[in-house]
Unconditional design. Structure first.
Length: 443
């Protein structure tokens, strides 16, 4: 009986693995890419039914773009409110948030330094997409000096008419407005409960998240259609090589963060041995690889922090916040997606786009929901940076199930690295603060 039960358990595990959302998306990539390659090989790319098969992907992308921006705006507001509500001294709050922001900025700088020359020199523009992009996105802005570009970015960040900005897809000032709104909004009523505005935002966020998850359930169909549209219109061999450069460049940047930045943070800031510390983090990294979600990995991440001797009070405070605002891997992914899509479409990635992409990636990494396939937020970054969004985005989606897991692993390891520093310098004060709260609660 035990043997039969074990066999059934193994069988169910295989079924669950084969029917997991990531597996279904992979099937969509294979089917869409395969059919598109067959159509392209037989010179059928101009037939009317090509547009019909590409329509589901186009509609899926439109709905995704519609939902992602509200999700980012609400997440930004809620993140700002959460930062204001951090318990303890202002020094602790600044240190915790500052560390998370610092690692994100370093990650984005690494990504830009590696992506711009690496992708720019190795990835050639695809003929079809190059012609398509050059009609609408060729700009003289790239001829600006650094100072002119910097001043232009700050001018573009300043909201003038938020409604008009949103209607014109000028998203950066809209997101900046959300940040200011989150900083200024009243968060509690006199009885300590959330204000009506925050309750309304929470309910709207629930609706948007539910709708987004429903749309993501259609990802296998949408991705299959998008990949089909890309495969039937581009040189598959050239696109495949370009994707290899995209992934290897992204992994090189992530390796710099994982094997240089985080170990230095652990040694200098946390007084830890990176080798033994990383060894205890393996279960969380394995869970991040499988779940592709910082939030779903959080319980395992907390257990790994316990193995590394992190105080429970520090663990709960720092890791819970990090799972929502510390998205180093996501930010690096935004950078590489923007640079890569610009390169394959023949769009010059000059200094203005570098600045816009860096700022947008930083802001949107904070507003990235810690759920699987949150890389859809890249659509907002692409809009802000002025990168064309068309069928070539399907090529990025074709490897999203790989890159998304890599980004999540970096996010989780970044959380665990920061918590070690906070534990060393603020651990005792956090423990005393929580003990004082319990005493007040008992009274």
């Amino acid at each position: 009986m035990a043997a039969i039960a074990e066999q059934e358990t193994k069988g169910n595990a295989w079924i669950n693995a084969l029917t997991a959302p990531a597996s279904l998306v992979l099937y969509g990539v294979i089917v869409g890419g395969g059919i598109g390659a067959i159509f392209a090989a037989n010179d059928l790319s101009d037939e009317w039914y090509i547009d019909c098969l590409a329509l589901p992907g186009s509609l899926w992308m439109q709905v995704l773009q519609c939902l992602v921006l509200p999700m980012v705006i609400i997440s930004m507001i809620q993140s700002m409110v959460s930062l204001r509500q951090l318990p303890g001294s202002r020094t602790l709050a600044f240190a915790l948030v500052g560390l998370y922001m610092t690692t994100t900025v370093i990650a984005l700088m690494e990504a830009l330094v590696i992506a711009v020359p690496y992708i720019g020199n190795l990835v050639e523009a695809l003929p079809a997409s190059s012609i398509e992009a050059s009609e609408d996105y060729t700009s003289t802005v790239e001829d600006m000096t650094f100072i002119d570009a910097l001043l232009g970015v700050f001018e573009g960040m300043t909201p003038e008419n938020v409604i008009n900005d949103a209607a014109q897809s000028d998203l950066l000032p809209v997101i900046i407005t959300a940040v200011v709104f989150g900083i200024c909004i009243k968060d509690k009523q006199e009885d300590g409960s959330p204000t009506v505005t925050l309750q309304l935002l929470s309910q709207v966020n629930d609706v948007v998240t539910t709708a987004l998850m429903a749309v993501m359930k259609l990802a296998p169909i949408g991705v299959a259609s998008i990949v089909f549209s890309a495969a039937v219109s581009v040189d598959i061999e050239q696109a495949g090589k370009a994707l290899v450069f995209y992934l290897t460049g992204l992994w090189i940047a992530m390796a710099c963060q994982v094997f240089i930045v985080y170990p230095l943070l652990l040694v200098v800031g946390g007084g830890r041995n990176p080798f033994s510390y990383y060894k205890n983090c393996i279960p969380a990294l394995a869970m991040a690889l499988g779940m592709s979600s910082s939030l779903a990995t959080l319980p395992t991440t907390k257990k790994c922090a316990d193995k590394n001797g992190i105080r429970a009070e520090v663990r709960d405070l720092a890791l819970s916040l990090g799972a929502t605002i510390n998205m180093d891997g996501a930010g690096m992914g935004f950078i590489f997606q923007s640079v890569w899509l610009s390169a394959i479409q023949g769009v010059e990635f000059g200094i203005s786009k570098v600045l816009l992409t860096g700022i947008a990636a930083f802001v949107c990494s904070v507003g990235t929901s810690p759920i699987p396939s949150s890389g859809a937020v890249a659509l907002v970054v692409l809009k802000i940076a002025g990168v064309p969004i068309n069928s070539t985005f399907g090529l990025v989606m074709a490897v999203e199930f790989i890159s998304d897991r890599s980004r999540t692993m970096v996010n989780v390891l970044g959380d665990l690295s920061v918590v070690a520093v906070i534990d060393k310098h603020f651990g005792q004060s956090i423990v005393e603060m929580e003990a004082e709260k319990k005493k007040i609660g008992q009274v």
